[in-house]
Write a protein that binds this ligand. Sequence first.
Ligand code: SAM
Length: 268
Amino acid sequence: MPNNTDFCYLDHYQGERLQRQYTMLFGNNQNIIANKIADEIFTNDKAKKVLDIGGGTGELIELLKINQASRDNLLPSMFILVEPFDSMIAEANQRKNPPDVIIAATGEGLLKVKNDNTQNIDVIILQGVIHHIRGISLEEFFKGLYNMLNKNGKIVLITRPLKVEFPMGEQAKKSWKECYTTPPDDMPKLLQKAGFIVSVSIETFPITINRVDWLAMIKTKNSAVFSNISALEQSQIDQDYLEIKQKYAKNSLITFLDHQIHIIATKP
Ligand SMILES: C[S@@+](CC[C@H](N)C(=O)[O-])C[C@H]1O[C@@H](n2cnc3c(N)ncnc32)[C@H](O)[C@@H]1O
């Protein structure tokens, strides 16, 4: 269990609501992303070893397993969830298609775990988690992951730009930027320095959410996307809440675009 006093260490990940909010916000977009990641994993009929770092409640792993089952002649791959929070792990264990192995660790802590489940990896997924890595430079972190991968192994890193279109109030916007210790634009270069061949694309997904649901996410400091919002004072949350409530007073639905940075880093 990580130290929750660290900035961006999200007490709201310790339980409730996160998966429900994710489904409400990202819905089918998450299926589209899972299918794209599946195409990176299931490149031939070999069984692959896949690590999902910060994989939360195991939703992505479950979608990948369903995708795998829909393909013919595939040897079953091994899906390993790396997740620091017990409550997320408990939910992952209850899925119909749970992870094959669970490692209770942070991404940075994982580098010190030396066993069969952290060696000879084919694909490492980092979705929505790179901004949580603390106490180690990203260059060091990427080098550590490089050493865990097989030749031709890949990192699939999905993150968001510093400027996003999520309808956040001024306080949350500021806090969002502060959460990144390394700007996302610098990440491809750091991966190259660690030895990877890197390709980057920007993917955009439309999101529509009920105004009441969005406001509830702000109010409970519990939004799936604003992990950094936990760092805000209640008065700042109240300020943002009023700002957004007034801005969207006439809308029952809020629509915006979710721009994501998708990085594929391959070990030559
Ligand atoms: C925004 S959620 C993303 C969950 C999942 N990867 C997805 O995209 O659906 C961030 C996840 O990272 C986990 N996490 C937080 N700090 C972490 C760290 N230092 N290393 C690994 N995972 C961490 C959280 O518990 C949470 O499950």
